[in-house]
Write a protein that binds this ligand. Sequence first.
Ligand code: URA
Length: 242
Amino acid sequence: SQSQPTPSQSVGPEYRPAHKKPTATVSTKLAHDNVHILPQTPQLIALLTMIRDKNTDRADFIFYSNRIIRLLVEEGLNHLPVVERSITTPLNTTYSGVKFEGKICGVSIMRAGESMEQGLRDCCRSVRIGKILIQRDEETSKPKLFYDKLPEDIADRWVLLLDPMLATGGSALMAVDVLRSRGVPEERILFLNLIASPEGATNFAEKYPKLRVITAFVDAGLDDKNYIVPGLGDFGDRFYTM
Ligand code: URA
């Protein structure tokens, strides 16, 4: 019949006729120039499908999250400035390329953000990494800074701020305030996360229009406990304990 693939179509991306291709939910688009959503490729959607699945075990959750984190770090690095660099190849031929110019560091928002440190180290050997701990204050129920340890020359660096889930953005906005109080301008901060809510990303875009948010996916919204929906549950619990 018409829907049977011919032998030449049986492998590769065209292995199915258009009307039999799988479909998937892709990221919500946002009209903010400073929110950068990774290209919605079949691989990325498949990786997100793995980590969203409640039946995915911890080892697989870590493995597939790490693949997404790697894509986020590589995309983040694309936003850093480069200068021209000419080199000579073993064929004694000139290649005019570029090299990154500047210093970077990672800053993880504890605890879940620490899960992204290895992905950053995999791309940037011996990168400096700072940490910020923000928790809800029992009395005021507002986010409160409990601890920070940041490179002393952080004002001279580009900062890759790490937190896997951008829900309301309350903790991450406070982390940005800490970075700015240490002299980091907002345009030198790149906030990397796996899943953002439209509310969180919009809060960021409006409060800090020069700070770049780099995310793999913008989900539908938040539930009444501020979990991202459809989301993946509690990222820290799934990465560290379940
Ligand atoms: N943090 C998480 O781990 N998951 C959410 O859905 C929101 C915040």
